[in-house]
Each structure stands twice: as structure tokens, then as C-alpha cells.
Design a protein around this ligand. Structure first.
Ligand code: ZN
Ligand code: ZN
Length: 113
């Protein structure tokens, strides 16, 4: 499944900030093989929001796993926050898919409204 080129996730808490690409490692539970994975992290100090393509958004500081990530209803891929018009929206990462979901207002950086 091809993904959209040049997709840079935005933090789902600080949607006005693009996340920074990092390389991490993951160990296969069964074989013990170590693989390199791409993860994205929020640049805001104190924010530990992380995005991983197979997992969606999660808090790297917490082992607690809040609800499931938003997934595209067609592709079941975790959705990515992108700038859209004047605001932000979740988009499906699959190339050619137009499915979007609105970002909750509290996550759009509009505190105090
Ligand atoms: Zn953040
Ligand atoms: Zn999709």
C-alpha cells in the first residue's frame, strides 16, 4: 500500500507544530530480530507525543495506552494530523485516499475559545 509522499505528521496535541523524524529500534517478540523503525516526535518541550506509522499517536512517557488511534474507515491505517485550510484535520496516509476527520477543537491550539 503506497503512502502519500512527504507526509510530515503534526502533533495531535500541538497541531501547529510539525513532528521531527527519528529512527528507533524495535525488537521482534518472536525472532528477537532488531529492526529500524521511523518514529516522529513533537518538538514542544515537555510533550512526549510520538507517532509511529503502524501504531498512530501515543504518549512515549506513558505505558498507559489510551483509546485506539483514529483509523481510516477504508484502509484501517492510523490517521495523521495535517494542516488543512485554516485549521487541522486527520488524513489517511494512503496515497489517493481523501478520507479525513476533524481534529478535536481542544487539540487545534485554540485554548480559551
Ligand atoms: Zn506536542
Ligand atoms: Zn484511507
Amino acid at each position: 500500500m503506497a503512502t502519500k509522499p512527504d507526509l510530515v505528521p503534526r502533533c495531535d496535541v500541538h497541531a501547529d507544530r510539525s513532528m521531527i523524524k527519528h529512527f528507533g529500534t524495535a525488537r521482534e517478540k518472536v525472532s528477537g530480530a532488531v529492526t529500524t523503525i521511523v518514529i516522529w516526535q513533537c518538538p514542544v518541550e515537555g510533550c512526549r507525543q510520538t507517532f509511529h506509522g503502524g501504531r498512530g499517536y501515543y504518549d512515549a512517557a506513558s505505558t498507559y495506552r489510551p483509546g485506539r488511534p483514529r483509523r481510516c474507515t477504508s484502509h484501517k491505517e492510523p490517521m495523521i494530523v495535517q494542516a488543512h485550510g485554516d485549521g487541522f484535520t486527520y488524513v489517511c496516509p494512503v496515497d489517493g485516499c481523501d478520507y479525513t476527520e476533524p481534529l478535536a477543537p481542544k487539540a487545534a491550539g485554540k485554548k480559551g475559545e
